[in-house]
Design a protein around this ligand. Structure first.
Ligand SMILES: Cc1cc2nc3c(=O)[nH]c(=O)nc-3n(C[C@H](O)[C@H](O)[C@H](O)COP(=O)(O)OP(=O)(O)OC[C@H]3O[C@@H](n4cnc5c(N)ncnc54)[C@H](O)[C@@H]3O)c2cc1C
Length: 469
């Protein structure tokens, strides 16, 4: 027996067995745990984080001093960064920008024949639980949209009024009888008879979170008929590798991850009204949504191949080194206020809008030590520079002052077709599946949040049909 922290903070004895152990209570983990419990499985949901996330909608609790993120080393473009990932109930969905946008059909064509249908079914199920809402357009978005009236799309937010709604709120796994344990970090998979890559029959716990070193339970094993990894693109890759899976077993974990590279363009401070700011306690009345609308622009001059007719977006096969969509698409993000108004603890920064390349040619990797490498792809930075000049000119801000950024949309460390199959099974291995952002075969031209939820719903439906417990 071991002790686990229950959702209400109490500690109680834990049977060392479950039908299904779900690792990570992020968006994917909450979906999977809920659906399997509804289908009658005894589910144990293990979450490394041990602090409740900020409930404040719109606030990205990823700044210095945040207790609900883990920082991962990353090389982006020109230097090292600390990439924050949510480490709390709701995962990164509890600290993210909250914008929910579905993939478009062309984004899914490279995923395989079945996926457009599966995705639509998964999204329909997800939207019954997490119904994102449209918000009115604020002054910054109004300025930007005015320059591109035919290119504006409203995007919805995962919130109700001023309250952020996380996947943990929406799927409520505990309400379905899932045993939720926080402050429990999984180190690796356990292999039946010690045979690496054979059949997984449980997990090995690394120990309690740093904040609970006093009652660290040390290494403990939990048996399960099925383990589902939902520890996120970085976390699931780390567990797979820590369990002995990788190139040598035919599993190219982390060898081709994707991100939407972003640059920030400074705009005049007086575009944003100054009235809203976190108060002393940081609790605003009703913060505005970070992002309510985006402008989508295509840059055909930077296409690698000539366009045929008016075929703007042509999905191609997935190649390690090639773009799947020939015409670069840039998403212009008119953030409502300077970022320090949304990220507690951040030093004041100018008001900036984002420009993100949504179908980059560049890919990255996660190395064996867990460092994320996102080198600059020359064609991608060319597109972003050209886009920045074009947008700056249209919105009348003169010579663009650009800052390198990242969308925080990392995906694809255990891609369907390479590391897992269409049902999320790790290829050739028994007893373990992956169901989070790691499995996305290609990053769609939108934020991945809604897609992760839709894919998790679809993979959970497969598990329910197979009842592997
Ligand atoms: C700052 C930020 C802003 C973003 N903004 C947006 C946005 O506006 N729109 C959008 O579409 N997308 C956004 N994203 C991306 C989106 O949030 C992610 O794609 C999504 O959360 C991925 O879900 P996941 O379930 O794969 O993993 P995660 O959300 O990363 O959840 C993984 C969970 O597993 C836990 N875990 C990790 N390792 C272990 C372990 N060993 N043992 C136990 N538990 C573990 C983690 O603590 C975490 O709770 C943003 C991401 C970030 C970080």
């Amino acid at each position: 027996m071991t002790s686990g922290r229950t959702r209400d903070g109490g500690s109680h004895a834990e049977p060392l067995r479950a039908d299904v152990v779900v690792v990570g209570a992020g968006p994917a983990g909450c979906v999977v745990a809920r659906r399997l419990a509804d289908a009658g499985a005894d589910v144990l949901l293990l979450e490394a984080g041990d602090h409740p996330a900020s409930p404040r909608a719109g606030l990205l609790d990823v700044g210095p001093g945040s207790r609900v993120v883990r920082r991962h080393p990353a090389w982006i473009g020109e230097g090292f960064w600390d990439l924050p990932r949510g480490r709390t109930l709701g995962g990164s969905g509890a600290v993210n920008g909250g914008y929910c946008s579905p993939a478009r059909p062309a984004d899914l064509e490279a995923w395989g024949r079945e996926w457009p249908r599966r995705y639509a079914a998964g999204l329909a199920r997800a939207s019954e639980r997490l119904r994102p809402r449209l918000e009115p357009m604020g002054p910054v978005a109004t300025r930007v949209a005015g320059a591109f009236p035919e290119r504006v799309s409203a995007i919805a937010q995962a919130r109700i009024g001023a309250r952020r709604v996380t996947a943990f709120d929406a799927w409520d796994p505990a309400g379905a009888g899932v045993r939720v344990r926080t402050g429990v970090s999984v180190a690796r998979l356990r292999w039946a008879d010690g045979l690496v890559g054979g059949r997984c029959d449980g997990v090995v716990i690394a120990g309690r979170s740093h904040d609970h070193d006093d009652d660290n339970v040390g290494a403990v094993e939990i048996s399960a008929t099925q383990v589902v990894l939902c520890a996120g693109t970085i976390g699931s890759a780390s567990i797979l590798r820590g369990s002995g899976l990788g190139e040598s077993t035919g599993h190219p974990v982390g060898h081709r991850v994707q991100e939407h590279p972003e640059v920030l363009l400074e705009v005049p401070a007086d575009w944003a009204p100054g009235e809203w700011a976190p108060g002393d306690g940081g609790v605003p009345e009703v913060p505005p949504a970070l992002l309510t609308h985006v402008v989508r622009l295509e840059f055909p001059d930077h296409a690698r191949e000539p366009l045929a007719g008016d075929d703007h977006v042509r999905p191609g096969p997935v190649h390690a080194d090639g773009p799947r969509l020939a015409v670069p698409e840039v998403e212009v993000r008119p953030y409502a206020l300077p970022m320090h108004r949304f990220i507690p603890g951040l030093d004041p920064v100018p008001l900036r809008i984002g420009l993100a390349l949504m179908n980059p040619a560049g890919v990255g990797r996660i190395d064996a030590g867990g460092t994320v490498w996102l080198p600059t792809e020359p064609r991608d930075s060319e597109v972003l520079s050209a886009a920045a000049e074009f947008v700056a000119d249209r919105i009348g801000v003169g010579r663009p002052a650009l800052t390198l950024s990242t969308s925080q949309h990392l995906s694809g460390s255990a891609r369907i077709g390479e590391v897992v199959d269409d049902q999320g099974h790790v290829l050739g291995v028994g007893g373990v599946r992956v169901a989070d952002a790691s499995v996305l075969p290609e990053l769609p031209r939108c934020g991945p949040y809604y897609t992760v939820l839709a894919v998790a719903e679809s993979l959970a439906a497969d598990m329910v049909a197979a009842r592997p417990w």
